[in-house]
Ligand binder design. Sequence first.
Ligand code: FES
Length: 204
Amino acid sequence: MKSSFLMDWVYTDTVKDHFMNPRNIWDKNEDWEPDAVGEVGSLACGDQMRVGIRVKDGKIESLRWLTYGCASAIASTSMMSEIATGMTLEEAYKITPEVITNALGGLPEHKFHCSVLGDKALRAAIDNYLEERGLPNPYKDAIARVLCECRGVTDQMIEELVRTDKAKTIEELRELTGFGTGCGKCVHMITEFFEEMRHIHGKS
Ligand code: FES
């Protein structure tokens, strides 16, 4: 009789391959220094993700990553590292979880959230790279999605307020942005998104 582990193994061959043979893992013994690092998640939740990038001529020359996440997070970040290497910073910034998941041939529905960690850490690394060099960051606003139409509140605004600890509670977020004070239809979605961002940035 098969073990429950094997019976529960519902991942595609590509996911299994990237999980068993992850690409571009950050080996501290390797002589490799990043130009910038991005980190999301928290050790307490067991899903911390760190991505380092080296940039040459505006492109990601090489990328390394480390995670304490699950099989899906490992496979997703491994795939992301292959997709992002060689891309311009702008192209890499626009990699979405959907792009990674499709390249993996899909992930179980309940595992989809694991795939956001790698691309978020990559964006954090690009943010840091630009910030440390005093360069403009036009990419953040370009990928922003409006979540509250009445007050023009975007996902990027909320994420930044969470990341910088300016909004530690949903009430603080409402005070700072005014979300939900128009028609109110965004309240549920933004509350869920806020909690997700707190989790991803290790604030809860
Ligand atoms: S969409 Fe947010 S209050 Fe109307």
